[in-house]
Ligand binder design. Structure first.
Ligand code: GLY
Ligand code: MN
Ligand code: MN
Length: 450
């Protein structure tokens, strides 16, 4: 199997442009309405152990509006301000700290590089916030991520109570910013779609490399290493979520991330791994036999999941309701389970009483974007949301059959999920992850042949 990298890929070295971030800020300010102000906080840093941190990853909302990726920053968007509609607070330059912890852009360069109307050191935040907010009415803020910062925002409201009584203006309410911003993030622009195509291409190349290498006596963590090594070699920041590499019974644990067992001859391997490229995620699952050949029972169950996945994907089109995709997948899975005798009640009863949940206990889809489980409502006006061009979702049905006595021996220890990333287009759909084989004969032709 060829393991050359994707340097020929036309999407390599892409990044969102300053114009993209500016257009997102303009659109959000338009939606905030009169008197609105948005306060967006960078992601906090998290301790991994003692005095070392997890690798920093900017908050998706913050990134979407600024392109700025340092911690300890705040962005204000104030549509009614005469001069400073976009204000950034960032860490001050500090040569000594920068020698230890890495470069800082600093307020001066941030103004130039990130296009802010005004920039300040983060140390001036409280003082400047009081000035910038004094003529606003409603603070749009996503609380719940950083308790200390939440407190500072609540304290501002307390401060402004007196001010408002005296001056008749000043913020008096906090609205969850998700209501506006998260709806915007659901619709991907062509720049974002290009990045997602590239994140998908990287993950696809990694899955194929892993497939070609897999053989009995390997360990789950070796497969994980191949995948994540490829992610980094291709310029991804790393996995978009903790990679799941589960052989045999481990594949029936939905969020199995230990990846610590030996692979067994005769078992299936489930690999759920996606890359993050320029902050955008891909999310792919493939399941295949560790020794390169499906047993008849494995093949039968696999075909049911594949049929469900393809039927669900084929429904994707503007106007289709999000829930119809899940319903379709469930129906095909149920028909298959009835046919092979793993469910024996009537079809009606199985569907009505959700008896299939014994083998299929999760939903079929989620939005995908800057977050692997991306933002945007699934229900609008009481109805399952209709798909529209520019939305990206996963389709990932599965069947998980444990080791219980009531299951025929040959069908035990089977965990199968097949997951692709789907862009809704004007006329239908585009599978962003179609490069990764999923038909039985394709998988048998590649697994272990590296
Ligand atoms: N890997 C996370 C998910 O598929 O939703
Ligand atoms: Mn997923
Ligand atoms: Mn996944």
């Amino acid at each position: 199997m060829k393991s050359a990298t994707l340097t020929e890929n036309p999407y390599a070295d892409l990044a969102l442009t300053p114009e993209f971030f500016a257009s997102r800020r303009q659109e959000l300010m338009r939606r905030l309405g009169k008197g609105g102000v948005a306060v967006i906080r960078s992601a906090p840093e998290h301790i991994r152990s003692n005095d070392t941190h997890y690798r920093y990853r900017q908050d998706s909302d913050f990134y979407y509006l600024t392109g700025f990726h340092e911690p300890d920053a705040v962005c204000l968007l104030i549509p009614d301000h005469p001069e400073h509609q976009y204000v950034l607070f960032v860490r001050p330059r500090n040569p000594e700290r920068e020698t230890w912890d890495g470069r800082r852009v600093g307020p001066e360069a941030a103004k130039e590089r990130f296009g802010a109307d005004a920039t300040y050191s983060i140390e001036q935040l409280d003082e400047q916030l009081r000035k910038y907010l004094e003529k606003t009415e409603i603070i749009h803020f996503r609380f719940g991520r950083d308790e200390d910062f939440d407190k500072r925002i609540f304290n501002l409201l307390k401060y402004y109570r007196y001010w408002r009584q005296r001056n008749g203006v000043g913020p008096h309410a906090i609205v969850d910013l998700s209501e506006t911003l998260h709806e915007m993030r659901l619709y991907k622009s062509s720049q974002e779609i290009d990045l997602m195509r590239h994140a998908a291409a990287i993950a696809a190349s990694a899955h194929k490399e892993a497939m070609a290498a897999v053989h009995p006596a390997m360990s789950e963590y070796e497969v994980e290493a191949i995948i994540e090594n490829r992610f980094r070699r291709e310029g991804a920041s790393g996995p978009a979520y903790n990679s799941i590499v589960g052989g045999g019974i481990n594949a029936t644990i939905l969020h199995y991330v230990e990846n610590s067992s030996k692979l067994e001859d005769g078992d299936l391997l489930l690999v759920d791994a996606g890359a993050e490229y320029q902050f955008y995620c891909s999310d792919i699952t493939r399941t295949y036999p560790i020794n390169g050949k499906f047993t008849p029972a494995q093949a039968t169950i696999y075909e049911i999941v594949l049929e469900a996945q393809i039927a669900a994907i084929n429904l994707v089109s503007p106007g289709t309701q999000f829930d119809e995709i899940h319903q379709k997948a469930v129906e095909v899975l149920v028909d298959g389970l009835l046919k092979v005798g793993l469910l024996t009640e009537s079809r009606e009863k199985v569907l009505e009483e959700h008896l299939y949940r014994k083998f299929y206990m999760h939903r079929t889809s989620h939005w995908l974007g800057l977050d692997v489980h991306d933002t945007g409502k699934y229900v609008v006006d009481g109805e399952s949301r209709k798909l529209e061009p520019g939305m990206v979702l996963t389709i990932e049905p599965g069947l998980y059959i444990g080791e219980s006595e009531e299951i025929p021996q040959a069908s035990r220890r089977i965990g199968i999920r097949i997951e692709d990333d789907i862009l809704v287009t004007e006329t239908g759909f585009e599978v962003l992850t179609s490069e990764v084989p999923k038909k039985i004969e394709e998988l048998e032709a590649i697994v272990g042949k590296g």
